[in-house]
Design a protein around this ligand. Sequence first.
Ligand code: ATP
Length: 302
Amino acid sequence: MSVIVKNLTKIYGNQRAVDDISFTAKPGQILGFLGPNGAGKTTTMKILTCYLSQSEGTATVCGHDVAKDSLEVRRQVGYLPEHNPLYKDMYVREYLRFAASANKIGQPGKRIGELVEMTGLGREAHKQIGALSKGYRQRVGLAQAMLHDPKVLILDEPTSGLDPNQLAEIRALIKELGKEKTVIFSTHIMQEVQALCDRVIIIDRGRLVADDPIETLKRRLSGSASLLVTFDEPVDPLGLGKITGVTKVVATGARGEYRLYLSGGADARAEVFHFAVANQRILLALQSEDLSVEEVFRALTQ
Ligand SMILES: Nc1ncnc2c1ncn2[C@@H]1O[C@H](COP(=O)(O)OP(=O)(O)OP(=O)(O)O)[C@@H](O)[C@H]1O
């Protein structure tokens, strides 16, 4: 494991902003950090990157303790902070050269060239950072985080404010990086978690409420999975409600379409088919609906 967090706690005054959190992350895995506003995601990331010290508990990155060996931890970690603070009056390459010298990277020209290429900055690399769009600034932040080729990347909302094209490009980049490195990133975008993550951690009011592979997370709440069925004509909802495992029937508003809510693990498809035959209706569509990560998130944090 390259990141090991044990019983981590951060106390501000009388608030436990991070409250007894434990988790691990390993190379080749993208770990999504989810949680409502103020849940403690940024605070945890700041502790892992040595920007803040914890009140209790321990965290190690590639075997180095964040509290005792911060210099070595920072060698191993690339960090894109929330709001991506950059020097806006610097030019892109000038800024990257400055960041390289702060990281004591000798002769950084080749590395900067690679990163400009990798992050798709090429077209805008001659500009002052203040003149760049949000998406391009985000790419500069990512390039900065990767300059010293760290083993662990910690990205605090790396895709916030990007347009759909930029979003796709930055996601593809994160996915590629996640093949070798340990990537921990926070986001509010649920589709992103589904598209990118191998594992998801959900934090709510400082506490860890889930730490699962995406599929497991969905199954945890399988009690509320549903089936969307469409008949050629409206049917009697009470009849549908008698099908084994169906807990609730809701007409969706579209003619002949109903959502059947199912109790844990029930598979009502065969009975729905027999229901259609028995009622001389044509079954036009039958679609199992998985819980989205968004629904899981809301169920766990509301
Ligand atoms: N320096 C500070 N002093 C006092 N309280 C703080 C400080 N920094 C953060 N907090 C509080 O700690 C809690 C967790 O904040 P944090 O920024 O970690 O949340 P977050 O999950 O990253 O939220 P968001 O998604 O909105 O960025 C919040 O209630 C916040 O107000």
